[in-house]
Design a protein around this ligand. Structure first.
Ligand code: SF4
Ligand code: FES
Length: 249
């Protein structure tokens, strides 16, 4: 069992200044997940009549992308290619001090404690992250359209982006290029995505800029910290898509 000191960002609401608060915690099993460790802390806080720490979570299995925690200065913690909910306490040692903070980006304002508002990502998706398909009953079976394996694999890899925002949180410019490029690429590589391709990339990039995300300066921090291993290759593809759409427009 481990004894730890947690240093957690507490912020009552969006306008509160916020501060780091120390919480000693004991009896933590190395087999607990990081979020289970926070559950233990919250149970103790509730029993003492204190406010529990607000943090986002849903699936707890690396799929939904809500568990946005900055742990010891890294998005999703010290391990690569996993989300915070897949992190286990065996990654830490007895006596460790662990800093836990929310994502920091102008376009992701803090709602409370460790929860940030990521609806900016939703608005980017709404600007073009979809295809329009006739579902009146005469839709062609998708499997009837042959797709080159290399493109199918790359489209699938891009589609594994879970919209967590770790790429933004890890980028010194708070750029959302890796996220947006994954969403553009998953359609750009497939025939079904071609109909709206020009509008999609122009509208999604426009919305990204309006939301206040910074510019990409190719530092590559996003790719390193992305829990799904989304490749920088997608950013290059989106830049090509954007250039060609701008010339058409
Ligand atoms: S690109 Fe990676 S880090 Fe960024 S939102 Fe998608 S899954 Fe998260
Ligand atoms: S809680 Fe769903 S990805 Fe972590």
């Amino acid at each position: 069992m481990m004894n730890l000191t947690l240093k957690i960002w507490r912020q009552k609401n969006a306008s509160d200044k916020g501060q780091i608060v120390d919480y000693p915690i004991s009896g933590i099993s190395p087999d607990m997940s990081f979020l289970e460790m926070l559950d233990v802390l919250n149970q103790e806080l509730i029993e003492k009549g204190e406010q529990p720490v607000a943090f986002d979570h849903d699936c707890r299995e690396g799929i939904c992308g809500t568990c946005s925690l900055y742990i010891n200065g890294r998005a999703h913690g010290p391990q690569t290619k996993i989300t915070a909910c897949q992190l286990h306490m065996r990654s830490f040692k007895d006596g460790d001090t662990i800093y836990i903070e929310p994502w920091r980006a102008e376009a992701f304002p803090v709602v409370k404690d460790l929860i940030v508002d990521r609806t900016s990502f939703d608005r980017i998706q709404q600007a073009g992250g979809f295809i329009s398909v006739n579902t009146s009953g005469n839709t062609q079976d998708a499997n009837a359209i042959p797709i080159e394996k290399e493109n199918a694999d790359k489209a699938f890899d891009a589609a594994t982006c879970i919209g967590c925002g770790a790429c933004v949180a890890s980028c010194k410019n708070s750029s959302a290029m890796l996220f947006v490029s994954a969403k553009v690429s998953q359609f750009a590589l497939l025939p079904q995505g071609q109909v709206e391709a020009t509008d999609r990339v122009l509208n999604m990039v426009k919305q990204m800029d309006e939301e206040g995300f910074g510019n990409c300066t190719n530092t590559g921090a996003c790719e390193v910290e992305c829990p799904k291993g989304i490749s920088l290759e997608n950013i290059a593809r989106m830049n090509r898509e954007y250039l060609s759409a701008s010339l058409k427009g």
